[in-house]
Design a protein around this ligand. Structure first.
Ligand SMILES: Nc1ncnc2c1ncn2[C@@H]1O[C@H](COP(=O)(O)OP(=O)(O)OP(=O)(O)O)[C@@H](O)[C@H]1O
Length: 705
């Protein structure tokens, strides 16, 4: 069977190959060519298009009880430059798994056998070699479409590329994706009305095609869109493929207009191939197999109707006249079960010319060793990445009312309340405890409110995970930018609220005392932020994260030395190490000294001598007065650094160690099951674990498909 339309396209691309200056770049538009030239100093670049082939691909997953399940079984297929391949099948047929297997993103409990070849070589596609557009549009809601694409360009394009060149690339991408009309509209979030779902999807695609990747994977790019938006998105994808790119997308339920845009169709059911070939010939295949598409039925609906075994359950539950109507219908599908139809179609495909041609083509493709495509990840320097991320994050924080502005309002209100309650606290006998309680409330409850930023951290983490997996920037640049961008807001919030509190309560007078108080408040709030970032990297669900963060802070508060005096805190666990780990402990110790040292307080009765602050510190609050309060402050700052380092380590662990451990556990379970029950299916010979990042990327969405 000849692929006439794809061949025509290929000829067109061949004819358009730019030549000259000894440089030959295959199948690229002038813009794409610029990027590839930027990437290499070699005289001869060669054909950089991506030919992807997969042979006998089997994916087996281990379930919680150690049982195994084949999600994909012996799939063979290919995707060529200049063509748009659609993966279709009923829910649970393995579309996402095939896409994940091809892009190197399988879950840790999934094991892969067979081969995946990119340009005739074993493929290793993780971190940016291929672009992957996920189902969820994890974009920053406060940025406009143009800003989103521009920041992405600055994050990844080489530093030596001029600003005007970068701008040209951004503008051309906006035009390519048909986003001109909404270029200056914000993406939108919970309080900002933004662009439509279809436009969001196109922005997600625009960001991924900026670096002109040769291979583009998309997981259900049309899901949740109305038919017009779905058509527009699909047409854009087809347009992208015509630029010499290889585009593979899983599509759930395409309309007939959308279906007509597919070049090739990979139809799956229960992890088996039902059909692979030209989309336009699927109609003929189904007719040959005994399931012709009835007149007036959308072909894609018909194909999915034939292979969706859920229809058996629907038929079984239909009673009476409806059932009779089915049985008297001429449609062959109404006479047999879907399971039987699937079996017939799988067998028909295996013995068909389509299968024969696909195998032959894959054999051919595996013999030709083409260009090794390097990572399509960032080409910007570390400093450029860190600078751009800091700026982007700062802009987002300043525009998102819920990030810091709302907190500023609450902090001001709460500190005015504190100021009113402890107004001019003085140096009377009763003010000794009042000062202690005031400090405890400020460093306990006021810092606790920083937990309110957690939902925003979770959103940031989702964007980071998407961008990280597509190789946009490194972990260190993200951690540094995150720390720097929040700094001005935290300084503003803590200095404004700290100043209100300090002057209303009339704490120990003197500039250094004031400075210490606000610095201590700033450090404590930043420690809480850093702690919550660590929590966000472990528990990306915002409700669970807030509960865990609140729990940790509650425990820290208990051992701060206010609710139980330091010497009375039970040893060894609560006193050592818990009170030393608690930032409240250091903040309170420092502030008590800052406030009381040097002051003299009235005694219980006027005839008794006045009480020096040092005496109170040592005997009432059990504070070590020999230790400088600045030491306490330095400990708080070192905690910020420590938590940020833990945050960085946790991200690295999530990326590298967790999938490895999960894979190891899955193997162990499988082995144990095998030992306990010889009949259980176990990994066939040659099954290898795939490079795994899928759990990591989906963790934020609490789904694995
Ligand atoms: N890592 C995994 N662990 C356990 N089961 C898995 C795993 N990955 C996939 N599966 C199972 O394999 C089957 C195919 O899943 P997959 O997500 O690939 O289907 P799909 O065709 O993309 O479905 P949908 O259209 O609903 O997203 C499902 O039954 C799913 O539960």
């Amino acid at each position: 069977m000849r692929n006439s339309s794809a061949d025509d396209v290929m000829m067109e691309i061949e004819a358009n190959k730019p030549q000259g200056n000894g440089l030959i770049v295959g199948g690229l538009s002038p813009l794409s060519e610029t990027l590839w030239k930027e990437k290499t100093n070699t005289e001869f670049v060669g054909d950089v298009s991506a030919r992807l082939a997969w042979k006998d691909l089997t994916v087996m997953v281990t379930l919680g009880n150690g049982e195994t399940q084949n999600v994909l079984e012996g799939l063979t297929g290919y995707a060529e430059p200049g063509s748009f391949t659609a993966l279709m099948g009923p829910s649970g047929s393995g579309k996402s798994t095939l896409l994940d297997a091809l892009s190197g993103r399988l879950a840790a409990n999934a094991f892969l056998s067979g081969s995946i070849l990119l340009n005739g070589r074993k493929a290793n596609l993780s971190f940016g070699t291929a672009a992957y557009v996920t189902q969820d549009d994890n974009l920053i809601g406060t940025l406009t479409v143009r800003e989103t694409i521009s920041y992405s360009a600055r994050l990844r394009l080489p530093d030596r590329m001029s600003r005007s060149e970068k701008r040209t690339l951004v503008e051309s991408t906006i035009i390519e994706m048909g986003l001109q009309d909404c270029a200056d509209t914000v993406i939108g979030n919970w309080h900002l009305r933004g662009i439509s779902g279809g436009e969001k999807r196109r922005v997600s695609i625009a960001v991924e095609i900026l670096m002109r990747p040769r291979l583009l994977f998309l997981d259900e790019p049309t899901s949740g869109l109305d038919s017009a938006s779905a058509f527009f998105v699909t047409q854009t994808l087809r347009g992208l493929s015509r630029d010499g790119r290889t585009v593979i997308a899983s599509i759930h339920q395409p309309s007939s207009e959308v279906f007509e845009l597919f070049d090739r169709l990979y139809l799956l059911s229960g992890g088996k191939t039902i059909y692979f070939g030209l989309a336009s010939e699927a109609y003929e295949f189904f007719a040959q197999a005994g399931f012709p598409c009835p007149a007036l039925r959308n072909p894609s609906d018909h194909f999915l109707r034939c292979i969706n075994s859920d229809f058996d359950k629907v038929k079984a539950t239909l009673k009476g006249s409806m059932k009779l109507r089915f049985e008297t219908n001429d449609d062959p599908l109404e006479k047999i079960t879907t399971t039987e139809a699937i079996r017939t179609l799988v067998d028909s495909y295996r013995t068909s010319q389509y299968c024969y041609l696909a195998n032959q083509k894959v054999e051919e493709m595996s013999k030709i060793k083409g260009t090794v495509l390097d990572s399509g990840g960032s080409q910007a320097s570390f400093f450029m990445q860190a600078f751009t991320l800091t700026k982007r994050s700062f802009v987002n924080m300043s525009r998102d009312f819920g990030y810091y502005w709302l907190r500023l309002v609450i902090y001001v209100v709460v500190t005015v309340c504190i100021g009113t309650i402890y107004l001019n606290v003085g140096t009377g006998y009763s003010s000794i405890l009042a000062r202690g309680a005031c400090a405890s409330f400020v460093f306990g409850f006021v810092t606790f409110m920083s937990i309110g930023g957690f939902p925003s951290f979770v959103e940031d983490m989702k964007v980071f995970q998407r961008e990280r997996l597509n190789g946009h920037y490194g972990v260190t640049a993200f951690v540094i930018s995150n720390t720097l961008s929040a700094m001005p807001f935290l300084i503003m919030i803590t200095f404004i609220s700290g100043t209100i509190c300090y002057f209303m309560v009339h704490l120990h007078p003197g500039f250094l005392h004031y400075l210490f108080f606000v610095l201590c408040l700033y450090a404590s709030v930043t420690v809480v932020e850093s702690l919550m970032m660590v929590v966000a990297s472990i528990v990306p669900n915002f409700l669970m994260g807030i509960i865990i963060g609140a729990g940790i802070q509650g425990i820290f508060m208990l051992v701060s030395g206010y609710f139980r005096l330091p010497n009375d805190i039970p040893k060894p666990f609560w006193r050592y190490p818990m009170s030393y780990i608690s930032f409240h402990f250091w903040a309170l110790q420092g502030q008590y000294q800052n406030d009381l040292k040097g002051l003299v307080f009235d005694n219980q009765t006027p005839d008794l001598p006045k009480i020096p602050g040092e005496y109170i510190l040592e005997n009432v609050f059990q504070i070590d007065v020999k230790r400088s309060k600045w030491v306490d402050l330095s400990v708080l700052f070192s905690m910020i650094v420590t938590y940020r380092i833990i945050f960085l380590i946790m991200i690295k662990v999530n990326e590298d160690v967790t999938p490895w451990i999960r894979g190891y556990i899955a193997r162990r379970r499988m082995q144990q099951k095998k030992n306990g029950n010889q009949n259980t299916t176990v990994a066939p010979y040659g099954l290898t674990q795939s490079p795994s990042l899928r759990t990591y990327v989906t963790a934020g969405n609490t789904t694995t498909s």
